[in-house]
Design a protein around this ligand. Structure first.
Ligand code: PLP
Length: 382
């Protein structure tokens, strides 16, 4: 990919495509462009590439190939898993338990379920953005169909206590489908879905250096969900529509490169983030969300005391540093972050937070450069 004269620290919104993903995507379009459902040899080539990619992706996450369905991204996978179990159920008492800090893909699906008359609990979080474990467990009962808890939050990077919650709610109701949106976590954590004990997960290609418009729904073979799209018999008859084979090949290649380099990438991300945060801490009054608890290596959510984050974000952009105020959807809509609101941060303080997210294209020295840009920019606007 061509280098841009811009320091990009918005990898949590999306990442540039890795060279290997770009090559795999291009190669697939050139030699495996045929419809993977067709009967001729070019179709078989596409189908083989699709299934090889599925096998690799499944094995990366400790899953079986038939537990992997390709989707258009994380949003579709979240929507499918949250809504589909309710399609054939009667509203009375059947419910969903989730949290106030999920991505909009989960939250809006949950609101949709609620409007249909099902019980939905949006469990709160503490001041660090960690879900209230007791409240989550108490909200689950024998009638709960789905429990959905993201592995880590996309605005703060804070990792959620899935282990602590999972076993206890399965003791109460072994049938609960435990879903985890791992879209952001996959960017810097190694995950094995069965070891983790989750029943379903949503993954997105463009958060790990793969193409946009491709994602994965992992669903344990213990469960079967009603189809969400109707039409052709693709994806083991689960998801209709011509399969995006080049997107799948790009995603598999990005994942391969990422998995091979995960330990080194993590070291680099943590080092650059630390330099960034330490440099700012020396000179400014800042608060780092989740500083002393478990958080993803690539996200740093910072409150700059008495500085308007929108003004700062625009000024940083003019100086060649790209960051965001929260999730891409929320920041585009200029709404105060629902995640920071759930953490009971008051509105003026919410408006002084920025999210800096490092990623695979981060280089040695980016942390210090970014901190120096922030320091000089703040000097200029104060
Ligand atoms: N879930 C989380 C935690 C995310 O960060 C995102 C993307 O911002 C999504 C879901 C949606 O993924 P996609 O853009 O592939 O639909």
């Amino acid at each position: 990919m061509k280098e841009l004269e811009y320091l990009y620290l918005d990898h949590a919104a999306t990442t540039p495509m890795r060279e290997s993903a770009f090559e795999a995507f291009k190669h697939a379009e050139e030699v495996a462009f045929a419809n993977s459902s067709g009967g001729h040899q070019l179709s078989r080539r596409a189908k083989n590439l699709l299934e090889e990619s599925r096998d690799f992706i499944a094995s990366t996450f400790g899953a079986a190939p038939k537990e992997i369905t390709f989707t258009s991204g994380g949003t579709e996978a979240d929507n499918w898993i949250i809504k589909a179990p309710f399609l054939n159920s009667v509203p009375i008492d059947r419910g969903l338990v989730t949290t106030q800090i999920e991505h909009e893909a989960v939250l809006s699906s949950a609101e949709w379920i609620k409007e249909k008359g099902f019980t939905v609990n949006f469990v709160g979080v503490d001041k660090d953005g960690v879900v209230d474990v007791e409240e989550f467990i108490e909200s689950c009962n024998k009638e709960t169909l789905v429990a959905s808890l993201m592995y880590a939050n996309n605005e703060t990077g804070v990792i959620q206590p899935i282990n602590e919650i999972l076993k206890k709610i399965k003791d109460v109701n072994p049938e609960i489908l435990f879903h985890s949106d791992v879209v952001q976590a996959v960017a810097s954590e190694k995950l094995d879905f069965h070891k983790l004990g989750i029943d379903s997960a949503a993954i997105s290609g463009h958060k790990i250096g793969g193409p946009k418009g491709i994602g994965v729904m992992f669903l344990s073979s213990k469960y079967k969900l009603p189809n969400y799209f109707h039409g052709g018999k693709q994806e083991l008859e689960r998801r209709a529509g011509t399969v995006n084979v080049s997107g799948v090949a790009g995603l598999a290649a990005a994942l391969k490169e990422q998995q091979e380099n995960l330990s080194e990438e993590k070291i680099l991300l943590e080092r650059e983030r630390k330099i960034f945060e330490d440099t700012l801490k020396e000179k400014l009054q800042i608060t780092i969300v989740g500083e002393n608890i478990k958080r993803l290596s690539h996200i740093s959510n910072i409150q700059f005391k008495d500085i308007n984050s929108e003004t700062l974000m625009i000024a940083l952009d003019l100086k060649g540093l790209g960051v965001s105020r929260g999730s891409a959807c929320a920041s585009g809509a200029q709404k105060p972050s629902h995640v920071l609101k759930a953490m009971k941060i008051d509105i003026d303080d919410i408006n002084s937070h920025l999210r800096f997210s490092f990623g695979w294209s981060t280089k040695d020295g980016d942390g210090l450069n970014a901190a120096n840009i922030v320091l000089s920019t703040i000097k200029g606007i104060l």
